[in-house]
Design a protein around this ligand. Structure first.
Ligand code: LFR
Length: 474
């Protein structure tokens, strides 16, 4: 039996559980469980199925033991912004409605009538996305005020799963910042903002930073598993955990590549200047109160949806290959347009966009895929230009991390488009960051710097350089 920590990393399309431990100075990983995650329709809204996700976590804990591991600790990370509300007896008052649900359409504009955009940005440092928690809560305030009034606990998705494991409630800091309701400087709930919006303040929990210990398993769970373990808080926002895996370097921009592409740099302080507001860059909270100055780009969601629209006839690798074989097709779409957030049919939406902008309409699967990948790389280039403008300096390298870093065609395209060196990996960045934080809490890794050094030494990274030094796809 091998002592280890257990990372639960749930993304919008799948969840996985990996054990991790240090051996000979290197971090070793093993996946012990994998499961699907998808949206379900409940009461006309797109929701996450938290009961099923929790039962997958239980299955994964059993699986870790069955595969010869003894987890000392467990840490959960998921996507951000979504939440549930609990009532007086800890009963669920809401479904876990997804950020892709259209319920927040128009809410951002209504919030701006009460609080100026500038003030919101100066206080929270968070980008304007129509799905941020603040706009979801505002939707409830407008349409179901009785639910908000009754709510005794506001828990984000990992907070709720942690509550099911331990019976203890908290709001973890990195995920809390994604609500756009945490003050970037005090790192506490912004009570004035909440008052101004008339949102019940009492339901918010104490904010705890990553590396905190939440507690132990509930007695009935430890009885079921036959062992107990600590429930630790990593950066419970997946992007926060992913960026733990980026080796520190001040000339590198990272792209955390998954359902979303998160492109940016890490700072020790929030940058809330006008240019950052104009370009809609965020300053999300990270481990050790680092800040992720980054932008959300629609990401591989576009190709995931295209794949679904083709009834899963092709794999992701097929799309990369088909795109690579298309020569003379150059139409691109603005991937940041909200129309691509949850269109009825992604292929048709892309075609419609090309038609409306008088570009050649992609017809074949290869053309559609090329259009998506080219559009992503154009959007990366724009974001890089904006980062370099804000920083008044040139960044030399791009570190692509996460599942998308396995797409070699896209890595090469990014190198060709940006004319920068692309370092790809680690592809399990999020689970690694989650585990690194747990191992720091347990005293097995000293600090973030050491964690990053260990990551660098433990996982292979591949380098891509522009094949065409003079001509980018600007
Ligand atoms: C990535 C991510 C992004 C967040 C988006 C919605 O998985 O967490 O960081 O903006 O999902 O929550």
């Amino acid at each position: 039996m091998l002592e280890c920590s257990l990372a639960v990393d749930i993304g919008a399309s799948s969840g996985k559980m990996l054990v991790g431990y240090i051996k000979n100075g290197k971090l070793r990983l093993q996946e012990v469980h994998r499961f699907e995650n998808r949206l379900i329709k409940r009461d006309k809204h797109f929701c996450w199925d938290l009961q099923s996700l929790f039962s997958e976590i239980v299955t994964g804990i059993h699986a870790s033991r069955d595969q010869g591991f003894v987890p000392q600790s467990i840490g959960i990370d998921t996507w951000a912004v979504d939440f549930v509300l609990l009532g007086e007896n800890d009963e669920l008052l809401t479904d876990a409605v997804s950020y892709r649900d259209p319920r927040t359409d128009g809410m951002m504009e209504e919030v701006f009538q009460q609080i100026s955009k500038e003030r919101l940005y100066l206080e929270t440092g968070i980008q304007f996305q129509k799905f941020n928690t603040i706009y979801q809560l505002y939707y409830l305030k407008k349409n179901h005020p009785e639910i908000l009034d009754k709510a005794k606990s506001f828990l984000m998705i990992p907070d709720y799963l942690n509550y099911l494991l331990t019976g203890n409630k908290t709001n973890e800091y990195t995920n809390a910042t994604s609500t756009q309701l945490v003050n970037a400087f005090t790192k506490k709930w912004d009570r004035e903002l909440l008052d101004q919006l008339g949102i019940n303040k009492e339901m918010f929990q104490e904010i705890l930073p990553p590396k905190s210990t939440l507690g132990n398993l509930k007695p009935e769970l430890s009885r079921e598993f036959g062992f107990d373990m600590k429930v630790l808080l990593p950066a419970t926002h997946d992007t926060g955990s992913a960026v733990v895996s980026v080796p520190e370097s001040n000339d590198t921009i990272y792209i955390s590549s998954g359902t979303w592409s998160l492109i940016g740099v890490e700072n020790n302080f929030p940058i809330c200047v006008t240019k950052a507001l104009d370009y809609n860059f965020t300053n999300e909270g990270g481990i050790d109160y680092r800040f992720r100055f980054l932008k959300n780009i629609m990401g591989l969601w576009m190709i995931q949806e295209v794949k679904r629209n083709y009834h899963n006839r092709y794999t992701f690798a097929d799309f990369a290959e088909m795109a690579d074989q298309v020569d003379d097709f150059h139409s691109t779409v603005n991937v940041d347009d909200d129309r691509f957030l949850k269109p009825k049919n992604m292929i048709e939406e892309i075609q419609k966009y090309c038609r409306e902008t008088n570009q050649t309409v992609p017809e074949t699967s290869g053309e559609v895929a090329k259009c998506v990948f080219d559009s992503l790389s154009v959007s990366y280039q724009t974001a890089i230009d904006q980062i370099e403008e804000v920083y008044e300096k040139e960044f030399k390298k791009i570190n692509v991390i996460g599942g998308g870093s396995q797409n070699e065609m896209l890595n090469q395209l990014i190198a060709d488009t940006t004319q920068k060196e692309v370092i790809a990996g680690p592809f399990e960045a999020t689970a690694i960051g989650n585990l690194a934080s747990q191992l720091i809490s347990l005293g097995e890794i000293e600090n973030l710097n050491e964690a990053r050094q260990i990551v660098k030494n433990s996982f292979e990274m591949k380098v891509f350089r522009s094949k065409n030094k003079t001509e980018g796809l600007k």
